[in-house]
Design a protein around this ligand. Sequence first.
Ligand code: SF4
Length: 404
Amino acid sequence: MDLNATPSSERIHIGIFGKRNAGKSSLINAITGQNLAIVSDTKGTTTDPVYKAMEILPLGPVMIIDTPGIDDEGELGTQRVQKAVQVLNKTDIAILVIDSTLGPDKEDTALLARITEKKLPVIAVFTKAEKETDLTNYEKILGVKCMAVSSVSGQNIAELRLSLAALVPDKKSTQQLVGDLVNPGDTAVLVVPVDSAAPKGRLILPQQQVIRGLLDAGATAFVTQDKQLESCLAALKEKPKIIITDSQVFGFVAKTVPNDVLLTSFSILFARYKGDLKEAVRGVNMLKRIKNGNRILISEGCTHHRQCDDIGTVKLPAWIRKFTGAEPAFEWTSGTAFAEDLTKYKMIIHCGACMLNEKEMQHRISCAKNQGVPITNYGIAIAYINGILRRTLQPFPDILKELE
Ligand code: SF4
């Protein structure tokens, strides 16, 4: 992993969709100027979505997602099509690839309908257009911008890049991660326990991003382990403006930090940045109504090298059992998997989602809202269980009223 690279979750996600043999892989190679995708005449070479982080001018850091053909057949093919469609949930800009020698058919228009239903910016790219191709008619039929390109000669590829750059959506909001909570010259203390779960030799992504956010705002960041928190506070001439802690040591930190110092957690900051803090605080109220057998979905954004270790699988369930005095039925999802039907769950507790892009986290929250299932976040749930949620929401006074 290149530690200087833009995190995947902060990159513009460009989903490349289309039928098998429409020329998706050749188009990716032409846009990126690299041999990233396997080009083959054999139909269905891309069986799972393939992610590639890269820099494309003038777009900047992007995540290109090559998806399986939307016309794949058989049982396996149907699963692949489903995977391709799921990619829409995290796509910022969609490219629908159509073979110009064949033109669009019902599979293309069906996918386009799903793309436009999600209000995603989209370009229909007609490949294999080695000769002059008039797309006026197709633009009328499809109702979206159409471009003819040749991945072989490179014709119109530069124009396509420019058109993609023009579609880069504004961030959902101008929500900052932490910069709006401090003023230039303020100090912040970050509490980062270094236990066996911490990755060797580095800080994890949420910690890095918070430090960067503080520096960008002109604040000074002190980083300490929980064990040294008292001596760190004693060494400071003035009280810090804010303490930002790992949620796991919330209880201890809350007891140690003076009440007039703002206190929150990395996870709560991320719930606000990528998710919906209001919804997460509303959602946590459900914890006090949990009874034996109620299903709770615990959802994490990554699978391999999980930085959250056993919080979701061991600690959180144990804390919830103790808090509720009940024996709920826990279920888990991780990585890109997220249950479609959420109605069987009493509530969902999601991790800070540092590895997911904003689009995907927003999608998960709206799925839960649409199905009437409360959704909260690790940090909020842990603070609630420890009886300190009100305290940790002090930096966000307008959210406090959501707490019952
Ligand atoms: S489990 Fe969630 S918060 Fe933890 S590292 Fe993975 S994506 Fe980030």
